[in-house]
Write a protein that binds this ligand. Sequence first.
Ligand code: SF4
Ligand code: SF4
Length: 333
Amino acid sequence: MTLHSTHADIVCRAASAGKHVFVEKPLTLTVADARRAATASREAGVVLQVGHHRRFQGATRRVKGLIDSGELGEIYQLEANLSGPSGGSRTGWRSDPAECPAGSMTGLGVHMVENLHYLAGPVKCVSAFCSKISSVGNLDDVTNIIMEFESGTLGYVGTAYGIPKVFNTAAFGTGGNAWSEDEGKRLRKLGIDPSAVEVADLGGLRGGNDTPAETGARARLLIEAAISKLDAYDGFRPENAKMLIAWEEEMSRRSLFTLPPVRYEMIPSIRGEDCFAADGCRICSNLCPHNALAVSPEGRMILSKGRCTGCGACVSACPAGAFDFPGASLPQL
Ligand code: SF4
Ligand code: SF4
């Protein structure tokens, strides 16, 4: 492991010897050194690769996929934070502010800068704050960076030593929010507010003496509305929906084509493999205001669709993140 300040010279020497180079992050400590290393590699025709492995973590790649597919709409904000407790225990050059400027930036935060660059592309302008809060160690404790990307998106990167581990990369857009947690192992996503998409009120379109063509047109509308609803909720699955039909009149064959609006209530589902109900956890069932959660004789937490109102209390409370709640909006949670 070599000092950060030596990376540029080593890259240049390796490139001039015709060697491909893999350099651990940070590439260099200055822009001038980074350009020098890149130019030397380009001119020598060798590959210069930088060790930013965190962009390849599963959930982070999925966030990128959601942005690229347009599912998150227009991206307004990006956030990333990589922090940990280890600052005061660093020794040697790793505790030297000249080798590790901006506290945990070179050790941790640089990964998150790279992640946001991966998500949103080139940065137009940047400002940063560093602060030394504790008396432990030589390095700054906390660094915050604000970025404006060329696309107009704004981004924030936080990094700190001396606090419990944090590892999140998030994108917030007009079509939904998605974030990668827990070293990219877990993806969270909140879709658009379901109230933004309503099934057409076919009851209001009913005519007194429909012709077969009109009946057919109404049936087509009904089906198209149902498909629109399903399309609207990314990740929508039968176990995450409770269909409510407000019957106001007696049901007949004819009334099938004059249905009142169908409403879908979003409800959570439980991923059994993540739930530790078998180990005695009862947090969600103790909390549920509608007694919709109970443990089966086999020790599995079971959700009753009939009782559940989709309030989301269990989703927020579960320490294992064992609930799926696609298509829900933040206010609902
Ligand atoms: S709170 Fe989460 S882990 Fe605990 S029983 Fe409920 S679903 Fe399972
Ligand atoms: S969403 Fe609300 S009502 Fe449904 S199971 Fe969870 S806590 Fe109970």
